[in-house]
Design a binder for this molecule. Structure first.
Ligand code: SF4
Ligand code: SF4
Length: 454
């Protein structure tokens, strides 16, 4: 990754500080045309102090979000299966020396957790586990995946299992690929090497280069949906934003496809700002999300329950396309076995409250897993996304999943609200044929069919 280094990124930021206004206007015009941004252009937007341009950034990001993704937000939940960890990431409640009592869920306990998540209506989970090859080997993770995919409920099941586990070898990634995972998720946390080394003092994760090249090995193993992220606040957010872009470009250049998703976890003031001199203010956080949305318009963006409801509302407007709902960040957190949490959350609403809230905001909560099930991953997904047609499948599929949710998990009040939203959004489907197809599938759902998608 030739450009992903301190000298290059600092040089970009320095050069961008003197970009003339005229050039910034051209950059904004290019982004508004859904053409993405080069990392040089993103640097210019990150560095400008001009309030008018900053406000324009939010407007354009909002338009891109609406144009490409429509009004849908994909819903998922994390499932923490083991908090055993041999690393000492200084920002994490699971670090080796945190003194917490450790737990790894048995397969029966996994079933209990998934039963609770299924009752919330979830169809898409992200397995989370600390790194501990003795106490939490890959065989265990594979067993968890198998357990989850084999669970069937009256109407529902988990249809996509994403995996967030430690950087691994090509051989192990092949085993994950064979287990039919959805996205392989791994956050670099910080791309700034000295900071990385400071906050990851010991354990396998302290190897910056091995961690950074994990997606190369995953892609070599055939995993083509990878989800990146940085823990914003460990180092300068401008630096991290550019580094994410450079990492993405590296994968595009070498494997033909970049990140499927980017997550934007942020260290918040409750984490102790004095410990984190690079903690990101709300305004800067919104700004970096908007710039990422402009830079990589076709990459999904994910916000966790670390953010408050109000911040999540604003983030949805400018670029976020997926969010967790009803999350518990402790092993056994859904079924009351609760151990210590990995991090504290700021959105404590349960899943249904969040679904109601989204509908009342005019946003379509979606439990869609269609692309994965249709084999639209990696470059096949990106081709569809870049054609501008992705919202023509997201919207219809989102409507079907909301109807399914209303039938299986909603009460009368919920159904009235959901049906009104579905009727309204049906009119937004451009193709008459697709609209008729979805109307007929909605009737099929009312007659007991499930898991319908296009
Ligand atoms: Fe372990 Fe992950 Fe926490 Fe680091 S962030 S201590 S690897 S669980
Ligand atoms: Fe995601 Fe594909 Fe469903 Fe759209 S259609 S919400 S991109 S799975």
């Amino acid at each position: 990754m030739t450009n992903l280094n301190d000298a290059y990124i600092n040089g970009l930021l320095q050069a961008a500080a003197n970009i003339p206004d005229n050039d910034i206007e051209n950059i904004l015009a290019k982004a508004a045309n859904f053409q993405g941004l080069t990392h040089q252009e993103a640097a210019a937007l990150l560095m400008t102090q001009n309030e008018a341009y900053i406000n324009h950034t939010f407007e354009i990001a909002g338009k891109i979000k609406k144009h490409i993704y429509g009004d849908r937000i994909v819903i998922f939940a994390p499932l923490y299966v083991s908090d055993h960890c041999i690393n000492r990431c200084t920002y994490c409640g699971f670090r080796h020396d945190s003194g917490i009592a450790r737990r790894k869920l048995t397969q029966d306990e996994i079933r209990a957790e998934v039963a609770v998540l299924e009752k919330m209506g979830h169809k898409r989970l992200a397995i989370e586990a600390g790194e501990d090859p003795s106490n939490c080997p890959l065989d265990y993770i594979l067993e968890c995946i198998d357990t989850i995919y084999n669970m069937k409920f009256e109407n529902g099941e988990i249809r996509r299992v994403n995996i967030n586990i430690a950087a691994s070898s090509v051989k192990d990634y092949r085993r994950l690929k064979d287990a039919h995972i959805g996205t392989y998720i791994l956050f670099q946390e910080t791309y700034h090497r000295p900071t990385y080394e400071k906050v990851h003092p010991t354990g396998p994760k302290s190897d910056y280069d091995y961690h950074l090249t994990a997606f190369d090995r995953a892609m070599e193993a055939g995993i083509d949906d990878v989800g990146a992220g940085a823990l914003f606040g460990l180092y300068d957010y401008k630096y991290e934003t550019l580094a994410l872009m450079l990492h993405n470009e590296h994968l595009e250049n070498h494997f033909g496809v970049g990140f499927h998703t980017i997550s934007v976890p942020r260290i918040r003031s409750t984490d102790g700002v004095s410990k984190y001199p690079h903690a990101v203010s709300d305004k800067d956080f919104l700004r970096l999300v908007a710039i990422l949305r402009m830079a990589v318009p076709f990459t999904g963006m994910i916000v966790s329950s670390r953010e408050t409801p109000e911040m999540r509302r604003q983030l949805i407007q400018i670029g976020i396309s997926q969010m967790s709902a009803g999350s518990r960040t402790a092993v056994g957190g859904y079924s009351g076995l609760a151990n210590a949490a990995q991090f504290s959350i700021a959105d404590h609403r349960d899943a249904q409250e969040i679904i109601y809230w989204l509908m009342e905001e005019g946003t379509l909560p979606s439990f869609c897993t269609a692309c994965y099930r249709q084999g639209r991953s990696g470059d096949r997904f990106m081709t569809l996304a870049k054609s501008g047609d992705i919202k023509n499948v997201c919207l219809p599929n989102g409507l079907l999943t909301l109807k399914e949710y209303a039938l299986d998990y909603g009460d009368d009040r919920f159904s009235v609200l959901a049906d009104a939203l579905i009727s309204k959004k049906l009119a937004d489907i451009d193709s008459e044929n697709t609209r008729h197809l979805i109307e007929s599938k909605l009737i099929d759902l009312s007659h007991g069919k499930r898991d319908l998608f296009i």
